[in-house]
Design a protein. Structure first.
Lengths: 410, 211
């Protein structure tokens, strides 16, 4: 738990420093709200059940839709752009024989009410900065464009089934099968060349220039402009070299309309987080057109990635002192513990009535700094065992508290 | 220093030797291969790890190995989310449904009454019969699947068949093909990003080294 707490606190601190406010949403919502524009894969992965009146409820499978719903129903008067973050558990049913988890902790932000590239840049930059703050090295971001991908599919006039196949082939990076698919489905030669070129390009500006050069479909120039604008803001954030273009990055969720991105580190086999722009979701929930962009990171994955990089987490701050208090008189033990807590010391009373020897053994195991034995006579000094050094001494209360203050100052 | 790229190689069975050979033809000679799990190679960028072909999709999906060689049938059975970058050509086989020669069942359509199916591929089999609208009871066995109908454990088996010889020897008849398989060169999704240049170069060399 302390490691999870470390991740949580670090991320919370980053999000707060960037001006985001924490929100909490209900775990259970109506299934139709949660599945708005989610895409079949994620919608099918929801745990669903009935309310008393027969309406279908579900456990939230992700947080973007619940947050968007909160904005449309409760935050009418908040001035835009609205900056929100959450640290929550989400629930997914998995058919996979490998992935057995059902509950996942996510931390994420949503920047709502602003459609420009600067907002995109801020969110990507916050993702990079908060992951670096956790201690992750050699961070890498891959960026695609959901709108571009959808437009290419539209220009190729693929039916939904073929769209799925196309997406899978591009995602699997199977060039041979992709070329076969393209020639079977009568892509124009410009579109074919553009798709094959985009699959190989890793620099945003190169992708933009390929779109300018090749055109390939009606709106190509518009996407070219969009991608070079993103490259521009990323360079303002000194991120241009860490962000790679990936045409195949079509995230599983339907609601994305613009840029989509994923974060990863070498040597860890999964992406740790990602997000994108979703300009239509709030409109679909409330018929108010509000553009938005956000990301979520998987907290367990962050932890595993940190471990895979051999990162030692400093989870307990050095200035926390832990004391185990024991006395033949329970009243005195309770009183002493209160006194210590008032001075900001973590105090535990021995409720198991251990002998001195056992008490010190337990103190070591429970990572205590001191074991304090208090006589029932108030006038007598405390007997204090320093667990780490093994030293024993008798000290009056005041002197002991002063010693603790000094050790904290170090 | 750049971290090494780890390739998972089958430690036994019919995919082992052809994998070692194709790697050698692609300029990656495995330096030690007797009784070791990990070995350096003649190419300092690559290390190999030997493991069961059945576990390779798992190691690669989790990124414990960056690259690997394993059967398409195993990837499907493991439901692994890995990139199948190349069909390396060897290890061709079919995953087939077979019944005893004297069985009343002549085709999948004849399956009735929830028969028992013995297989090493429970997930693939379950999906296959479900897609045909047939209800069956799947019994997972570890090897020697052909024995199951002989001793009456199951009426049907789903197993790998290369030439059909083993089936014939055990008086079994193939009634359907579940999946056509061959050995694939697979890659972890993140490793593809991290080592794209090296992976693409290796694919080119593997293609040239194919027979």
């Amino acid at each position: 738990m302390k490691y999870q707490r470390y991740i949580e606190e670090k991320l919370r601190k980053s999000f707060i420093l960037w001006g985001y406010e924490e929100v909490r949403s209900p775990t259970i919502e109506y299934v139709e709200t949660l599945s708005t524009d989610l895409g079949s894969e994620l919608a099918q992965s929801m745990f669903k059940f009935q309310d008393f009146d027969g309406r279908i409820l579900a456990l939230r499978p992700e947080m973007t839709t619940p947050v968007a719903r909160m904005i449309t129903t409760r935050m009418f008067s908040t001035p835009e752009p609205i900056r929100l973050f959450y640290i929550s558990n989400v629930f997914r049913y998995s058919r996979s024989y490998v992935e057995r988890g059902r509950e996942f902790w996510q931390a994420g932000v949503e920047l709502v009410g602003c459609g420009g590239n600067r907002a995109d840049g801020e969110v990507i930059s916050l993702l990079a900065s908060s992951l670096r703050e956790l201690g992750l090295n050699q961070l890498r971001l891959d960026l695609g464009h959901a709108g571009l991908f959808k437009e290419v599919q539209k220009s190729a006039r693929l039916d939904p089934e073929k769209e799925q196949i196309f997406r899978t082939l591009v995602g699997r990076r199977d060039r041979v099968e992709l070329e076969k698919f393209i020639s079977r489905n009568d892509f124009s030669s410009e579109l074919k060349n553009l798709v094959l070129e985009l699959c190989e390009i890793r620099k945003l500006r190169e992708a933009a220039s390929a779109l300018y050069r090749r055109c390939g479909f009606r709106k190509a120039k518009r996407f070219a402009k969009a991608l070079s604008a993103v490259a521009g803001v990323l360079s303002d954030h000194h991120l241009e070299d860490e962000v790679y273009f990936d045409f195949s990055l079509a995230r599983r969720i339907e609601y994305y309309t613009g840029i989509v991105f994923e974060a990863s580190v070498p040597g860890f086999g999964f992406s740790i987080g990602g997000g994108g722009r979703y300009d239509d979701l709030l409109w679909k929930l409330s018929e108010i057109r509000i553009p938005a962009v956000g990301f979520a990171v998987e907290m367990e994955k962050c932890l595993q990635a940190l471990h895979s990089q051999g990162c030692e987490l400093s989870t307990t701050p050095d200035d926390i002192v832990r004391v185990l208090v024991s006395s033949t008189s329970n009243e005195r033990a309770v009183e002493t513990a209160s006194l210590l807590r008032e001075s900001g010391v973590v105090a535990i009373t021995d409720v198991a009535n251990r002998t001195r020897k056992k008490l010190i053994e337990y103190g070591k195991l429970a990572r205590m700094n001191y074991v304090v034995i208090v006589e029932s006579d108030r006038k007598r000094p405390w007997v204090i065992y320093d667990v780490r050094s093994g030293m024993k001494k008798s000290l009056p209360v005041k002197a002991f508290l002063q010693e603790i203050c000094r050790s904290r100052g170090r | 220093m750049k971290s090494k790229i780890r390739i998972a190689v089958p430690n036994k069975g019919r995919l082992k030797q052809p994998t070692i050979d194709i790697l050698r033809r692609s300029g990656i000679r495995i330096l030690e291969r007797e009784r070791v799990y990990n070995s350096e190679t003649s190419n300092s960028r690559f290390q190999v790890s030997f493991m069961r072909a059945f576990d390779i999709p798992l190691y690669v999906q989790y990124g414990a190995a960056d690259l690997g060689f394993t059967g398409h049938d195993i990837i499907v059975e493991r439901d692994a989310d890995v990139l199948e970058l190349l069909d390396v050509g060897f290890g061709r086989c079919n995953l087939v449904v077979a019944v005893p020669r004297n069985s009343q069942i002549r085709a999948i359509e004849d399956v009735t009454d929830v028969p028992r199916v013995a297989t090493e591929y429970p997930n693939t089999s379950r999906r296959f019969f479900a897609s045909k609208g047939k209800q069956v009871e799947i019994l997972t066995v570890r090897g020697a699947t052909e024995l199951a109908p002989i001793l009456g454990l199951a009426e049907i088996i789903v197993d790998v068949s290369t030439t059909g010889e083993t089936l014939a020897k055990n008086n079994l008849r193939q009634i359907a093909i579940v999946l056509e398989s061959s050995c694939r060169f697979v890659c972890n999704k993140i490793a593809y990003r991290t080592f794209e240049r090296e992976v693409k170069e290796l694919i080119d060399r593997l293609k040239r080294g194919e027979r």
